[in-house]
Design a protein around this ligand. Structure first.
Ligand code: NAD
Length: 258
């Protein structure tokens, strides 16, 4: 008996990092997975990995900032599996030139908002009717701990986009609570994925980040996948509109251990 038996879960950005681990974890609990990603290679690799582990997965290529493509992605899920029980809006970007408020290029701000904020809205916009048609379901929107804390190593557009994800998730949760849809946000701390690898390749920058993490290390993608599984499944049946923080203690700390 799996926690996601007979469920269909669509995960955006599942072609790499945290999303790939979510796909594997959800499939191991019995869900059929729609792996949605802009990268054909990454998405197909995840779908293959799910199948190799004995699970069921289909791949949908999508740019989550395109309404037409997101609508087609949800259509693919319904056409392939006949229902939709869960969407995880996980796709996100973290461009290198997203920095302080005065330096960040306008084009970078716009693209980050299109993918990280509009992309989550579009995922919800097209998934909600499919979830309702399937008798209700769950939405997990991936934000970040930076939606809750300020950083002296700023990524102004990224941070603003993740704050938007949190407030949007609350409103979607309240609007659809009585219709059987629960929506929660996941706020990861720094996690060892390709997204963070470039930033952490500089030892000084890595040390600067690690010093703020009470547990003294980065998170692992599978640790976030477990938290997403909790929010996606009936294990979190009395939670909606919440932000689940999985950050190694960052947001709890004023100072950290030596
Ligand atoms: P990642 O870069 O490893 O993977 C992201 C995936 O999203 C990639 O497969 C990429 O192809 C896909 N993607 C990018 N733009 C897309 C688009 N427009 N449409 C569809 N797919 C697209 O990233 P990750 O670290 O696994 O991050 C996943 C989520 O977790 C993101 O929302 C990120 O902001 C959030 N997060 C990550 C960290 C971290 O430290 N890694 C911390 C907090 C929050």
């Amino acid at each position: 008996m799996g926690r996601m038996d007979d469920k269909v879960a669509l995960i955006t950005g599942a072609g790499n990092g945290i999303g790939r681990e979510m796909a594997l974890a959800f499939a191991a609990e019995g869900a059929s997975i729609v792996v949605a990603d802009a990268s054909e290679d990454g998405g197909r690799a995840t779908a293959d990995a799910v199948a190799e582990a004995g699970g069921v997965a289909g791949f949908a290529r999508v740019d989550v900032s395109s309404a037409a493509q997101v609508e087609a992605m949800v259509g693919f899920a319904m056409a392939t599996f006949g229902r939709l029980d869960c969407i995880v809006n996980n796709a996100g970007i973290f461009p290198g030139d997203d920095g302080g408020v005065t330096e960040t290029p306008e084009a970078t701000w716009d693209r980050v908002m299109e993918v990280n904020l509009k992309g989550v809205w579009l995922g919800c916009k097209y998934a909600v009717p499919a979830l309702l048609e399937s008798g209700g379901g769950t939405i997990v929107n991936v934000a970040s701990f930076v939606a809750l804390m300020g950083a002296a190593t700023p990524q102004i557009a990224y941070t603003a986009s993740k704050g938007g994800v949190l407030s949007m998730t609350r409103e979607i949760a309240v609007e659809h609570a009585r219709a059987g849809i629960r929506a929660n946000a996941l706020c990861p701390g720094p996690v060892e994925t390709p997204l963070l690898a470039e930033l952490m390749s500089d030892p000084a920058r890595k040390a600067r980040r690690l010093v703020h993490i009470p547990l003294g290390r980065l998170g692992r993608p599978e640790e976030l996948a477990k938290a997403a599984l909790f929010l996606a499944s009936d294990d979190s049946s009395f939670m909606t509109g919440s932000a689940l923080v999985v950050d190694g203690g960052i947001t709890a700390a004023y100072t950290t251990p030596e």
